[in-house]
Design a binder for this molecule. Structure first.
Ligand code: VAH
Length: 314
């Protein structure tokens, strides 16, 4: 049985659907501290879980004979800066608990998301390499960098097959934006379909690595299905698809929603964005397990607008 921890989150919601399609609905358990109502319909089996409650987590793994864990619960970059202790505690201690219990109860495979947030001001800006300088300047980035090393440690010392991806900013239409610095690129679409002007919290020329959620889910399943001997990176793979500025995204939206208006008022999140690379070299993922993104900026924009309009109509 597969366990998705953080199933109510931006990635969790969509990974849940993809894993259930692939493995059979009842073979994938959704777990989150948030109530089941915040999940799309048809979400049973669901378990309310505080991932920091090790006893509850262990009981779940044993009772449900969990064979794979997707551990997605975390505090993201912007929210983490306003609550560093919570961000470190949740992001780090939950991962250590999952790794420990996975070894103890012989879980076959574990997935844990890292992020391009592990890179910092001294990393290469353009085509940031797999082995680039990782000196993060956010608590979130520090927790993701430390987490990567813990994953590699548990692979080397305990043979745990734990795999990870350095996701770029992820753009999806299934939920409201949640505390990420890249979430302007989600919120802007909600404003566009509601016919409201959008005030962007980053400057118009801030280029960031981005990806449509469908590509991120596809990459996750592709990595997890790869034969273990092909997975040469046991910290986390760089993963790239798009790189665009708020101005470029706004122009693409305007080409489909001509009356849309965007203003720019950078806030504290500008410094976070400035510390990150603008684009990522993901050649290792392409070579080791065949990664190839499917969505360009136009295709993503079309999908986002179409789906949000449908959701708004219902
Ligand atoms: C964030 N969406 O903004 C996340 C992600 C690269 C960005 O890690 O914090």
């Amino acid at each position: 049985t597969i366990l998705v921890i953080g199933a109510c989150g931006q990635i969790g919601k969509e990974l849940l659907v993809a894993l259930r399609e692939k493995n059979g609905h009842d073979n994938v358990i959704a777990a989150d501290i948030h109530p089941q109502e915040s999940l799309p319909a048809e979400t049973a089996p669901y378990v309310k879980l505080n991932v920091l409650d090790a006893q509850a987590l262990e009981a779940l793994i044993v009772d449900q004979q969990i064979t794979q864990i997707y551990h997605l619960a975390a505090v993201l970059s912007a929210k983490g800066e306003s609550n560093p202790t919570l961000a470190w505690d949740l992001n780090m201690n939950s991962l250590l608990s999952v790794l420990d219990l996975s070894v103890k109860h012989k879980v076959n495979k574990v997935f844990w998301p890292s992020s391009i947030a592990i890179f910092g001001p001294d990393s290469e800006k353009i085509n940031c390499p797999q082995q680039g300088v990782t000196e993060p300047s956010t608590v979130y980035g520090i927790s993701k960098a430390a987490g990567e090393h813990w994953c590699k440690y548990y692979f080397e010392k305990h043979g745990l097959d734990v795999r990870s991806l350095r996701y770029p900013g992820l753009i999806s239409y299934t939920g409201a934006p949640g505390g990420g610095t890249t979430d302007y690129a989600v919120d802007i679409f909600h404003h566009a379909v509601q016919g409201k002007p959008y005030t962007c919290f980053l400057s118009e020329e801030t280029a960031l690595p981005m990806m449509f959620m469908e590509d991120a889910i596809h990459a996750t399943l592709q990595l997890m299905d790869a034969p273990a001997e092909n997975v040469h990176i046991r910290t986390a793979y760089n993963l790239g698809a798009l790189s665009f500025t708020p101005q470029e995204l706004a122009a693409e939206i305007k080409s489909q929603v001509p009356e849309f208006v965007v203003n720019y008022a950078p806030d504290f999140r500008q410094a976070i964005a400035d510390s990150w690379p603008s684009s990522i070299d993901d050649s290792a993922a392409r070579k080791d397990w065949g990664w190839k993104p499917a969505y360009d900026l136009k295709a993503m924009t079309t999908e986002m607008l179409e789906n949000l309009l449908v959701l708004q109509a219902n």
